[in-house]
Design a binder for this molecule. Sequence first.
Ligand code: SIN
Ligand code: FE2
Length: 187
Amino acid sequence: MLAEIREVVRAAPLFVPRTPRGKPMSVRMTSAGSLGWVSDRGGYRYAPRHPDGLPWPAIPNSVLDIWRQVSAAARMPECCLVNFYDQGARMGLHQDRDEADFTQPVVSISLGDDALFRVGNHSRGGKTRSFWLRSGDVVVMGGDARLTYHGIDRIAPGTSTLLPRGGRINLTMRVVSASDLGDTPAG
Ligand code: SIN
Ligand code: FE2
């Protein structure tokens, strides 16, 4: 899987996304699939092309296999977001809600150094719980948990030997578009 992710990053280099207010995020990011997640002054959204203008590479088979095994989903993912965390990177609490079909889960794969994952509630605030995600861990955010607030407080450097220069890769597979079946009444 790591070799396949390296191919993805070769075709679609990691970039530093900016929040809609212009602040650089601490993770570096790219995507595979028909749509990739981007963020800049234009807002958070999915786009058919990398910021450099090239189409995103295909989602690797080893990654799709995990989706088939754990998602129990009717649809296949359209995006595999690749997040790279160096020693100091983190990700604030957020919901994954730029997708159109919340009946489909988000499946997350962790590779490399351990990360402290914080899980909250369906709205901001309230009690949160934290646990360590280790290399090879897979998390399914589906059903009731699909819109749960989550984030990464910190990385524990040197806890994995998978990536020669350290750090952590997180992959999240997402169904992005609305279902063909549609949720709205006919007419
Ligand atoms: C994300 O929420 O997009 C990434 C979560 C993680 O890095 O585990
Ligand atoms: Fe997320």
